[in-house]
Design a protein around this ligand. Structure first.
Ligand SMILES: [Fe+2]
Length: 206
C-alpha cells in the first residue's frame, strides 16, 4: 500500500480528475435510477389499469378465441403486476404513486369502441386493434426499463422485466394471428351490410 489509494480515499479530492469523473458518473447513475423507478411506477399503473379493463374487453368480445385470449392475458397481466411489486420491493420503493396517462387514453379508446356498439365482427376487429396498441405501448415501456436495469446492474430486475417483455411480444403475435381471420370476417360483414342497404334503397325507389 502506498497510502495514496484513491479507492480507499473517504473524500473526493477537488483537484483530482478521477474523483471528478466518479462524482459525475455517480450523479448520472442517480438520475438514471430515478428515471428507472419513475418508469416502473408508470408501468405498474399501466398494468393495474389493464387488470381492470381486460375483463370488460373479454366480456365484449364475440369471438370465443379472442375472448379466451383476453382472459389468458388477464392472468399474465396479474403476473406482470406481481413482478413489478417484487422489483420495487427489492429497490425499497413503493410501486404506487403515479398514473399512466398513456394507458388511460388507450383503455378509454377501447371503452368508447364498446359503447359505440358496432356489429360483432367490427367490434372484435376494433378490440384487437385496441389490444395491439396496448401491447406495443407496453413493449416500448418494458424495453426501456430492461435497458435501464442492465445499465444499473440490477440483474434480477432485468431478468423479470425481460420475461414480461417476452410475454407482451407473444400476446401481440397471437393477436396478429387472430386478426388475420377476424379482420376478414369484419370486411365481409361490411360488404354484406353494404349490399343489404343497397338492396333496401333500390326496393324503396321502386
Ligand atoms: Fe403486461
Amino acid at each position: 500500500m502506498n497510502g495514496f489509494s484513491v479507492e480507499a480515499s473517504p473524500k473526493p479530492i477537488p483537484s483530482c480528475p478521477l474523483c471528478q469523473i466518479r462524482k459525475e458518473s455517480g450523479r448520472k447513475e442517480d438520475s438514471l435510477k430515478e428515471l428507472f423507478i419513475e418508469k416502473l411506477k408508470d408501468l405498474y399503473s399501466a398494468e393495474t389499469q389493464l387488470v381492470k379493463a381486460l375483463p370488460k374487453m373479454a366480456k365484449a368480445a364475440t369471438n370465443s378465441d379472442l375472448r379466451a385470449g383476453f382472459e389468458e392475458h388477464l392472468k399474465q397481466t396479474e403476473g406482470h403486476v406481481g413482478r413489478l411489486e417484487k422489483i420495487m420491493k427489492s429497490l425499497d420503493e413503493s410501486p404506487k404513486g403515479k398514473k399512466c396517462k398513456g394507458m388511460e387514453g388507450l383503455i378509454k379508446e377501447g371503452a368508447e369502441l364498446i359503447e359505440e356498439d358496432p356489429g360483432d365482427e367490427e367490434l372484435d376487429a376494433g378490440l384487437i386493434s385496441a389490444a395491439q396498441r396496448v401491447e406495443h405501448y407496453e413493449m416500448a415501456g418494458y424495453g426501456c426499463v430492461a435497458t435501464y436495469a442492465k445499465l444499473l446492474g440490477e440483474d434480477q430486475a432485468e431478468t423479470l422485466l425481460r420475461q414480461t417483455l417476452d410475454e407482451e411480444k407473444e400476446t401481440d403475435k397471437k393477436l396478429t394471428q387472430l386478426a388475420q381471420h377476424i379482420n376478414v370476417e369484419a370486411m365481409n360483414s361490411e360488404g354484406t351490410e353494404a349490399a343489404t342497404s343497397q338492396m333496401k334503397s333500390r326496393a324503396a325507389r321502386a
